[in-house]
Design a protein around this ligand. Structure first.
Ligand code: ADP
Length: 480
């Protein structure tokens, strides 16, 4: 659906996950949200996905728009249709994707042929990008993460047919490694076996292949784009990304403002009236047996080292002494689960913990709390600080990645200018985090300033419109 405007161009997005069809992480949210957001800007995007077992029934009867008799040991067909409001191309290759279990693994472990499974997806993406389907020839191929990393490489090595390519990094930790002897099996030319190409510590990295061959590289925030060129963040690929620095940019993810809608939690809850906030906070305190004179903070997170959760025991006691309260929702590292439980035991009535994953509770927490703490050591984009902005739940964030790009920390300058939306700190240690919490307490003690910061936060745009416009701008520049 190209919308009211005439089509500016066509984009083939290729990924292993797409909301609402298949999701294991944030990648799926981006892949699922972009087609709709781009349609309004005149870009016609189709998403190419493997036809996993769970998707087969929904695609019954869909027309076959492409096929290859021998796609790594069996036939591959591309079926075209619409699922969950997204225009989808499903790569139906039962020998690769019709399996019990998740996209990458069965209950007994990772599929041993993942390199081939996602090479096939990338191969078909590149062929469609190069040759086009009947009546639909992409101008841009947009590859996401290591699973699609070979798609730009196949275009570079076997001809691109005029199609440009974009490689997006959602998670640099997964780099798509395969042993060197698979070079030919993966239909890659001998000259690709080179440190300047896809050779990576004696093997093949499909993510690196995409990074060295794509026309443009993006990641999910401008600050993370810069951080990825440094060894602390690049996880071995910093040199590769730095070498391509002139073709790297960061585009923040959006959040689904239909799902994260403070007005829907409580009709009284809006930017104009915060009556709903007070009621939500009271309900939350009753639910958790808390009595908090000062700001009520929350943490909704995986409890891991990345998220800086290990710093809580050092900083929360002073925050509690200052009048604050805390509710933690999350699970993860057993040591950290124990540490936050110990805080709750030490400060009954002021700290509560719920170990587990609970979407409904997370909504109630954002609706009722005053602040959300995100002390991450690295954060490619981050979502909870954006929920916090939208719900007037002031984000207290480490200055890294997308956190640095979405929150304007309160300071004499930003308060005078009237633009602050939260509290920021750097470096990620107990001293700086503790000072940030002290600053939060001080802000809370000045109701007028607090109200202004909260209004700024709620006015900050966090929907997909801004991201989609940035991707559309990138596609336009590439195809100009
Ligand atoms: P990451 O993907 O690194 O975990 P993000 O902030 O990008 O971090 O996304 C995490 C998402 O998972 C957010 O939507 C957050 O609200 C949600 N989440 C994390 N832990 C929980 C939990 N225990 N219960 C409910 N939602 C959670």
């Amino acid at each position: 659906m190209a919308g009211a405007q005439s089509s500016r161009g066509r984009v083939l997005s290729v990924a292993s996950e797409c909301v609402p069809l298949v999701k294991t992480g944030g990648l799926a949210d981006v892949v699922g949200a972009l087609p709709g957001a781009l349609a309004g800007l005149g870009w016609d995007m189709k998403v190419l996905l493997p036809c996993y077992r769970a998707l087969r029934a929904g695609a019954a009867g869909w027309p076959v728009v492409w096929d290859e008799a021998d796609l790594w040991g069996g036939p591959g067909r591309v079926l075209s249709g619409e699922m969950g409001g997204v225009s989808v191309l499903l790569l139906d290759a039962p020998h690769l994707y019709d399996r019990e279990g998740g996209p990458y693994s069965s209950p007994v472990g990772e599929y041993p042929d993942n390199a081939v499974r996602f090479a096939a997806l990338s191969w078909v993406a590149a062929r469609i990008a190069r040759e086009g389907l009947e009546g639909w020839k992409p101008d841009v191929l947009h590859a996401h993460d290591w699973q699609a990393g070979l798609a730009p490489a196949y275009l570079a090595y076997h001809g691109n047919g005029g199609c440009k390519s974009v490689m997006t990094i959602h998670n640099i930790a997964f780099q798509g490694w395969a042993p060197a002897h698979m070079l030919g099996v993966l239909r890659l030319p001998g000259h690709a076996w080179h440190p300047e190409a896809l050779e990576y510590y004696g093997g093949i990295s499909t993510l690196k292949a995409g990074l060295v061959t794509a026309d443009w590289i993006t990641t999910v925030s401008p600050t993370y784009a810069a951080e990825l060129m440094r060894p602390e963040f690049g996880m071995g690929l910093q040199g590769v990304i730095a070498a391509r620095g002139a073709a790297v940019s960061g585009i923040l993810n959006g959040v689904d403002t239909g799902v994260w809608d403070p007005g829907a939690e409580d009709p009284a809850f809006s930017a104009k009236s915060l009556v709903g906030k007070a009621a939500s906070r009271a309900a939350l305190c009753a639910e958790f047996g808390l009595e908090v004179p000062g700001p009520l903070a929350i943490v909704v997170s995986r409890l891991t080292d990345q998220k800086g959760i290990d710093l809580l025991p050092a900083v929360i006691p002073d925050f509690i002494l200052g009048g604050g309260g805390l509710i933690v929702l999350g699970s993860g590292d057993p040591g950290m689960e124990g540490a936050v439980r110990a805080l709750a035991a030490r400060f009954p009535g002021r700290v509560a913990v719920r170990i587990g994953y609970d979407e409904g509770l997370s909504h109630r927490l954002f609706a009722g709390a005053d602040a959300v703490l995100v002390p991450s050591r690295f954060e490619p984009c981050g979502l909870t600080q954006m929920y916090g902005l939208r719900y007037g739940t002031l984000p207290v964030v480490a200055l890294t990645g997308g956190l640095a790009d979405t929150v304007i920390g309160a300071s004499p300058a930003t308060l005078t200018a009237g633009v602050a939306t939260g509290v920021t700190f750097h470096p990620v240690d107990a001293l700086a985090f503790g000072q940030a919490l002290a600053q939060l307490l001080a802000l809370y003690a000045q109701p007028k300033t607090w109200a202004k910061v909260r209004a700024n936060a709620m006015a900050h745009p966090v929907g997909w419109e801004t991201s989609a416009a940035a991707y559309a701008g990138l596609y336009e520049r590439l195809t100009a």
